[in-house]
Design a protein around this ligand. Structure first.
Ligand SMILES: [Zn+2]
Ligand SMILES: [Zn+2]
Length: 482
């Protein structure tokens, strides 16, 4: 029996990016091995439905939208502008928005009419840095549970993620391929997932958390991490290419490379630069050959600059960047995917070298956002919650943290059409090639109906259980308390 609760809160020790916690690395290993044995990952192109699993059975499960849905009596935040628009109605047919009607037309005769009571209708939110498999799962349970149980728990969290209004997530590490497929096939409820698969790192770098008993590495003795793909370790351009191609073969929509040190890796403090430029370049070229891009984990200026020189199109974190680095990010049009970590409340309390690093991150957050604004960086919002159902539930609170630097409409725009622009970097590997993050004709029908005005007070988003009255994803209603 998997239980979530307060007693596990102290295991939530993410800061910045805790996807490289030793316990998590072991977990990834276990899960991916177990999944591989069952043929899930090897058979990623096989329909999960074809395995004979039953479909939705719960009361909350949506049914396919057989009839059109017509939303009336609403104020529209369309994801692109900053003001609310009145005198508009939305028609959804199948999984898409069929019309944004300003002609005061009557509903199609076969449509389900939803009167929004004058409330705000807006696009579903997008989290650009999420870990679908690890966000809500306490470490001790992750380490002890059967892989099937872990997948079921991640599936339950996926539904909660969706009900918080996040209809799409970009997954920056973890074996989420099977969960993504199950969601896409309607077996379980959850957000659209843009998966990266295993994060790829150099020996001794952030992400290599092998016990020292597994050293030295020899070609005949791969570590558990390397066998499983939970964390892929690479020490030459050729090895990076191999690992990148392995993730893409499993269905990765983008690649995550680890270029520098991190918070939760005692052997790799934040100042450390790990991959060489030729190694980064090899991974970036391998991704580009298959039509997509690399997101590079880097906090410090040197690692960020090297990644950009090698051709990285997105930097994750960057909390320690300086002015010169911000200018390079701006001049190259590189994306900044940063998380508004302010204090232990966002991460749990860390100890030892990780405590030192987390304080460095908290101290850098304000400066990094100010530089992003000053240099007009293409900035994405992500929450990077890990290891705790209580912290995962703060996804909307993390978004509301942005009010220190941005007006509410700007925050909403960043978390909808702005993040969608970043997702489009996946190019021909984009698993959801329609428009996301906007309310517009032909866009995916991912939308929310909200109590209160989030364009005036972003805190509305921080309490989704109370304020989100309707959640629709892919044209299906997952919550409706109107
Ligand atoms: Zn992360
Ligand atoms: Zn990271």
């Amino acid at each position: 029996m998997i239980r979530f609760g307060q007693k596990y809160r102290h295991f939530a020790h993410n800061s910045g990016c805790a996807c490289h916690n030793p316990a998590l690395a072991q977990l990834s290993d276990r899960m991916t091995l177990d999944l591989s044995r069952r043929g899930f990952i090897a058979g990623v192109t096989t329909s999960i439905a074809a395995l004979g699993l039953p479909g939705f059975a719960s009361a909350q499960a949506p049914s396919p939208a057989a009839k059109p849905t017509f939303f009336t009596n609403l104020r529209l935040f369309d994801g692109t502008g900053t003001a609310l628009r009145g005198n508009v109605q939305i028609l959804v047919t199948g999984s898409r928005i069929a019309a944004v009607d300003t002609g005061n037309n009557s509903a199609p005769t076969d449509a389900t009419v939803i009167d929004c009571g004058g409330r705000v209708l807006m696009p579903g939110l997008i989290d650009a840095h999420w870990h679908s498999m690890f966000a809500a799962l306490p470490v001790n349970i992750l380490l002890g549970a059967d892989a099937g149980a872990i997948n079921l728990a991640a599936s339950a969290e996926a539904q909660r993620t969706l009900l918080r209004g996040f209809t799409t997530v970009r997954d920056l590490g973890g074996p989420a391929f099977a969960l993504k497929q199950a969601i896409d096939e309607g077996l379980v409820a959850g957000p659209r997932i843009y998966p990266s698969g295993a994060m790829i790192t150099a020996t001794g770098g952030h992400g290599d958390l092998r016990p020292l008993t597994e050293l030295p590495r020899t070609s005949a003795r791969l570590s558990l991490a390397e066998q499983s793909g939970g964390a892929a370790i690479a020490d030459s351009p050729d090895e990076v290419r191999l690992r990148v191609r392995e993730q893409l073969m499993q269905g990765a929509s983008q690649i995550k490379l680890v270029a520098g040190g991190g918070v939760s890796s005692p052997r790799a403090p934040l100042d450390m630069t790990t991959f060489s430029e030729p190694e980064l370049r090899a991974g970036i070229e391998a991704a580009a050959d298959r039509g997509t891009y690399v997101a590079v984990h880097a906090y410090a200026p040197q690692a960020i600059q090297r990644a950009i020189t090698a051709g990285a199109q997105c930097i994750e974190h960057a909390h320690l960047m300086d002015e010169a680095t911000a200018k390079i990010i701006a001049d190259t049009g590189t994306w900044l995917s940063i998380q508004p970590f302010l204090s232990d409340a966002d991460t749990g309390v860390l100890t030892g070298p990780s405590r030192v690093a987390s304080l460095q991150v908290f101290a850098g957050t304000d400066n990094a956002y100010k530089l992003a604004i000053k240099h007009k960086l293409k900035t994405a919002f992500g929450s990077d919650m890990l290891f705790s159902a209580a912290h995962a539930a703060r996804q909307g609170i993390m978004l509301s943290h942005l009010d220190r630097w941005y007006a509410a409409p700007e925050i909403l725009k960043m978390a909808t059409s702005g993040n969608a622009e970043l997702l489009n970097l996946s190019g021909t590997r984009n698993p959801y090639p329609g428009r996301l993050g906007v309310i517009a004709k032909d866009a995916y029908a991912d939308l929310l109906v909200v109590d209160g005005d989030p364009t005036a007070d972003i805190a509305v988003i921080a309490d989704p259980a109370k304020n989100l009255r309707l959640v629709m994803k892919d044209g299906r209603v997952h919550k409706n308390t109107l």
